[in-house]
Design a protein around this ligand. Structure first.
Ligand SMILES: CC(C)(COP(=O)(O)OP(=O)(O)OC[C@H]1O[C@@H](n2cnc3c(N)ncnc32)[C@H](O)[C@@H]1OP(=O)(O)O)[C@@H](O)C(=O)NCCC(=O)NCCS
Length: 410
């Protein structure tokens, strides 16, 4: 038996050691200090075998952008780790139950996490909410098309800034660049601190961050943060520029930042990660095949309260559909609901009417932000269509005009 509860400040060191150990690391001094500093900003939840801490997890208090642009409270789950001596005894399951109960009690309808392995969280009702792309391109193939017709010629300038300037400017630029984008949540203050502190233990053999900004008439319209991994086999330059984050408030800013990065001398290839599926960059390249694109699962979303969550997002379709929701992990969600949607708003109410569709809570989470169509999930893993055409109607109901994007990894 084990107990799940909030940890105390005195227990932080053990907490940090556990999740560092399961990830195969010894925690750095910086990491210990950061964990102490951010203790009051987050909920650190442990599992205990008697007095011994055997598992860690953290819930960050975040705000998620929903389709339509509204933002709602979000539990950001991270640092999930079970000590190897106690694995496969239900400890993770206990943590997951604790998270769901806590969030539900607090009226928080959404939880998001990045999964270390993509086969862990589906069983707890998480669905694959956003996809991301990892990119790699070799320097000889980075030529870009000229700016699109009608696009004003760039009068902006690129400049390097120090970490303090980046610390001050990046949050605002990210907020403007990501306004209205489903799936986005900004970093907390402490997460920005951790990002800019750039712990050497997280650099994976590359340099510390370089920060550039794109400025137009004095206003910053884009920022990029990158590292350089230096390789000189047989004195031949084979350096890689690793773009950690690039945020642009306009297409012009995006083009200017990418073309600057592509022009940097002493680089053989450029890579980036956590890019959205609808990023315009591949279309700016003259030879788009040369951009190696790997699509992977991004953030995993859990609808803690399905009915409330369905009412909070915006819809462009007008329809009324009865869903028989299955949710073995959060039983308060199970049952039939009628979802009425229109551009004016949505209502989701319990009903005894015959269902049009039977859906699992994880499947609703997977389609909620618009990253996957209900019909794709129906083709892959079923879901019962009781009324002919109901899956196609669900496609129209859950469609969004932009791909969801979660660029913040934690
Ligand atoms: C992943 C981890 C948290 C699982 O903890 P745990 O306490 O062993 O999990 P549970 O005993 O509650 O397992 C619940 C179910 O999930 C399955 N499961 C758990 N981890 C799994 C994994 N990595 N791969 C496949 N299945 C897994 C279990 O087999 C079990 O299935 P069952 O209900 O059919 O028997 C733990 O192994 C760990 O700390 N791993 C390293 C760190 C990590 O990956 N953390 C996740 C961060 S996002």
């Amino acid at each position: 038996m084990f107990e799940v509860r909030l940890i105390t400040r005195e227990e932080i060191a053990d907490f940090i050691r556990i999740h560092s150990m399961v990830y195969g690391r010894h925690p750095s001094e910086t990491y210990f200090r950061q964990a102490n500093e951010r203790f009051d900003e987050q909920r650190d939840i442990g599992a205990f075998d008697g007095d011994t801490l055997i598992a860690s997890s953290v819930i960050h208090d975040l705000r998620l952008t929903l389709p339509g642009g509204a933002t709602e409270r979000l539990g950001g789950i991270t640092n999930v780790a079970v000590q190897p001596t106690h694995r496969r005894r239900g400890v993770l399951t206990g943590l997951m139950r604790d998270h769901m109960t806590r969030l539900h009690k607090d009226g928080i309808d959404f939880a998001i996490l990045w999964a270390s392995e993509s086969l862990i969280y589906n069983r707890f009702g998480y669905g694959l909410g956003t996809w991301v792309e990892r990119w790699r391109i070799e320097k000889p193939y980075v030529a870009m098309h000229p700016a699109r017709e009608g696009e004003a010629p760039s009068n902006g300038t690129i400049e390097y800034v120090d970490a303090d300037t980046a610390r001050a400017e990046c949050p605002d630029v990210m907020a403007r660049a990501m306004a209205g984008r489903p799936g986005f949540f900004p970093r907390t203050r402490a997460q920005w601190e951790t990002f800019h502190e750039d712990d050497p233990a997280t650099r994976d053999g590359a340099s510390a961050f370089f920060h550039i900004v794109y400025r137009v008439d004095g206003r910053i319209e884009g920022t990029a943060t990158y590292r350089v991994a230096n390789h000189w086999p047989e004195r031949i330059m084979a350096n890689e520029i690793r773009v950690r984050e690039l945020m642009a408030t306009t297409d012009e800013a995006a083009r200017a930042l990418w073309s600057f990065i592509f022009s940097i001398d002493l680089s053989a290839e450029i890579s980036a990660d956590l890019r959205p599926l609808d990023d315009p960059l591949p279309w700016m390249l003259r030879d788009p095949r040369r951009l190696r694109r790997v699509v992977q699962d991004g953030s995993w979303l859990r609808l803690v309260d399905v009915r409330s969550a369905l009412e909070r997002r915006a819809y462009t379709a007008t329809d009324s559909i009865v869903l028989d929701v299955r949710d073995a992990f959060c039983e308060w969600n199970a049952g039939r609901v009628r979802l009425d949607v229109s551009p004016e708003g949505a209502r989701c109410t319990p009903t005894t009417d015959a269902p049009d569709l039977t859906v699992e809570a994880w499947a609703l989470a997977s389609v909620y932000l618009g990253g996957t169509r209900p019909s794709t999930i129906a083709h892959a893993r079923g879901g019962e269509e009781h009324t002919p055409g109901a899956v196609a109607r669900a496609d129209a109901i859950f469609a969004t005009d932009r791909a969801p994007w979660t660029p913040v990894f934690f």
